[in-house]
Design a protein around this ligand. Structure first.
Ligand code: ZN
Length: 130
């Protein structure tokens, strides 16, 4: 999971916008919501599917969704989530697990043609964190 997070933070996952640079015939719309072109920013925070997951996670954690975009959130987290306090470790764990599950769900939708609901994915994330 931490490898996927590291690659996502570096903006190097093979999202459809990146694939489109090499294959102009590639589909560019989000497989999770079938709307906007998929990028790291869209996949993890802007996609309606992902936003629903984050909202559910934040409700469970008792924190409101702050509505930051992907790059702003990563900048904010790298500044505020320093050290190894229990709260910081929990936040980092939640981010890593959520990114991993959203990326996995994207892959299942593309390669297997299956898609869980955002509620099911949110509960899978919570189960993994536990
Ligand atoms: Zn989407």
């Amino acid at each position: 999971m931490s490898f996927i997070l590291w690659v996502a933070i570096r903006g190097r996952l093979s999202t459809r916008d990146r694939i489109h640079k090499y294959d102009p015939m590639a589909v560019t719309t989000s497989v999770l919501c079938n709307t906007y072109p998929k990028s790291h920013a869209h996949l993890f925070f802007e996609c309606l599917f992902s936003r629903t997951i984050w909202t559910q996670l934040m409700n469970i954690c008792g924190s409101p969704w702050n509505g930051l975009c992907w790059n702003a959130f990563i900048d904010w987290a790298s500044t505020h989530w320093r050290g190894n306090s229990p709260a910081t470790v929990a936040n980092k764990l939640c981010l890593g697990v959520a990114v991993y599950h959203i990326w996995r769900e994207r892959n299942c939708a593309i390669f297997e043609g299956t898609q869980k609901t955002s509620l099911v994915v949110a509960h899978s994330i919570i189960d993994t964190i536990r």
